[in-house]
Design a binder for this molecule. Structure first.
Ligand SMILES: Nc1ncnc2c1ncn2[C@@H]1O[C@H](COP(=O)(O)OP(=O)(O)OP(=O)(O)O)[C@@H](O)[C@H]1O
Length: 463
């Protein structure tokens, strides 16, 4: 029985459909393997669900759905541009509907024979839209199936939208304004924009305006000449010159003083700037990406951010969603970090206990990806084993709020986080709201203060 579709168009013959099988049951895998071959496809890997993230590229994934939790895998592959065929022995209509709703093209009930399954696969293979080797400069398939983009891991709809935006605006020279909570990946976003821009071979210079004392900020950006201020022992170029031909990333732009904001605006308008203490105007050809974890509109409304500068910078906005809005990305990220840190630290970890994954899904992640990264690095460094278990997680992930509070109340001790917050807030007040100075006086980094503030806000909302 000849199939016109597989006969091709007369030009180069189409390659065979490549298929990834994901199933826990070896007997099912064997039947499916024969079925794929019968339908003239090629199995590139047969995996247990836990290994499915570390995948190979394939046109199709046949995914077994023993229970609703496995539906997330369907979503991941679909998001990565893979055509998914779901199978299940559970026989629930609800599962089938849900699998299709999440993008599976077919749902095949077990048990099946190689022949019955091949009959379902054949038409799918035939309608495969693109031959496997066709160039796809920027499609999910390029980054599939592990759902990565640049340095990003994550295949949620929210992140796919971000990747799409990055790809579309990277070629422009117009400024980009990135917003998102601390640790959400704003710097990674700036790097991805640079890497996909025509300036990719030029420098990428990142400056954190929240981490530099305000009086040094201007010189950090624009440089200075010798003797411009105490300690300026020689002429020095700033970040703008260093980034010339490339991208300047100004993180925490909201921390920049108003006077310096005016100078930055002038630079954006004219392309010219002066080093501190210099009379000579210089030019720099840079693309600016800036970021803030604050609400920029509120900052403008409060008079802390110049409106004219804001509208100059806010040409191409990108909002990075907080981790808690990225669904199963938290698991993908956790797996990626576990694999990386276990390799780096020479540990045996390969997976998470199911309760840990549940906690990861339920937790709010006020520190976002950075917090997740820290939690996993900490477990990997402090413990060893094959699975990360609940007892390896830090208390904020495992404690129930009520229990912690009542224990503290019983002993009449003020919890550490309450004392810590008081100390930090009084230091900020003592320096008239200047976070960088408060951080310097407390001998901690300004980003620590930002992170803690995010946490207080999150806790405040949750309480
Ligand atoms: N989607 C992601 N995939 C993989 N790694 C990520 C992702 N998002 C962030 N990271 C990592 O998490 C850490 C924090 O990200 P990044 O520094 O870009 O956040 P940020 O939003 O700039 O934080 P801050 O506002 O505190 O400066 C970095 O190590 C980054 O590589």
């Amino acid at each position: 029985m000849a199939h016109s579709q597989t006969a091709g168009t007369g030009a180069a013959p189409l390659s065979r459909a490549t298929v990834l099988l994901v199933d826990d049951d070896p007997a099912s895998l064997r039947v499916a393997t024969v079925a794929v071959a019968t339908a003239n496809g090629e199995v590139v890997a047969a995996l247990a669900p836990a290994a499915a993230g570390a995948g190979r590229r394939a046109d199709f994934a046949v995914i077994d759905i023993p229970d609703p939790r496995a539906l997330a895998l369907v979503e991941r592959f679909v998001a990565a541009g893979v055509t998914v065929i779901a199978t299940s022995g559970a026989g629930s209509v609800g599962l089938a509907v849900e699998a299709m709703r999440r993008g599976a093209v077919d749902f095949v009930l077990k048990p099946f024979t190689p022949d019955t399954f091949a009959r379902r696969l054949r038409p799918r293979f035939a309608e495969r839209p693109v031959p496997r080797d066709a160039p796809a400069p920027f499609t999910p398939e390029t980054d599939a199936p592990d759902a990565t983009f640049g340095g990003f891991v994550g295949g949620s709809g929210a992140m796919r939208a971000v990747y799409d935006q990055i790809a579309r605006i990277a070629p422009s020279k117009a400024p980009v304004f990135v917003t998102g909570e601390s640790g959400a990946g704003k710097e990674l976003c700036a790097e991805a924009l640079h890497a996909r821009s025509p300036r990719a071979r030029g420098p990428f210079v990142a400056l954190n305006c929240g981490a530099i004392p305000r009086e040094l900020m201007e010189s950090e950006i624009f440089g200075h000449v010798r003797g411009a201020f105490t300690g300026a022992a020689e002429d020095r170029a700033g970040a703008a010159e260093a980034a010339s031909g490339g991208t300047l990333f100004l993180d925490e732009i909201g921390e920049m003083e108003l006077a310096l904001q005016a100078k930055l605006l002038r630079f954006l308008q004219t392309g010219e700037f002066r080093r501190v203490g210099d009379t000579r105007a210089r030019r720099a050809d840079i693309r600016i990406v800036c970021a803030t974890h604050r609400d920029p509109f509120a900052e403008v409304a409060a008079g802390r951010f110049r409106q004219d500068l804001f509208y100059r910078l806010h040409v191409l906005p990108i909002r990075l969603p907080p981790l808690r809005e990225r669904g199963e990305d938290v698991i993908l990220l956790a797996e990626a970090f576990l694999a990386r840190f276990a390799a780096e630290e020479g540990r045996a970890f390969t997976r998470f206990a199911p309760e840990v994954l549940e906690r990861f899904r339920a937790y709010g992640w006020p520190g976002n990806v950075r917090e997740l990264q820290n939690v996993i690095r900490r477990s990997v460094v402090l413990d060893d084993g094959e699975a990360v278990t609940l007892d390896m997680l830090p208390p904020e992930l495992t404690r129930t709020r009520g229990a912690a509070t009542s224990a503290a109340a019983e002993a009449d001790v003020e919890p550490f986080h309450v004392q810590e917050r008081r100390i930090i807030e009084s230091a900020i007040a003592a320096f008239g709201g200047n976070l960088a100075r408060a951080a310097a006086a407390l001998e901690i980094s300004p980003s620590t203060i930002y992170r803690k503030r995010e946490r207080w806000i999150a806790d405040g909302v949750a309480a």
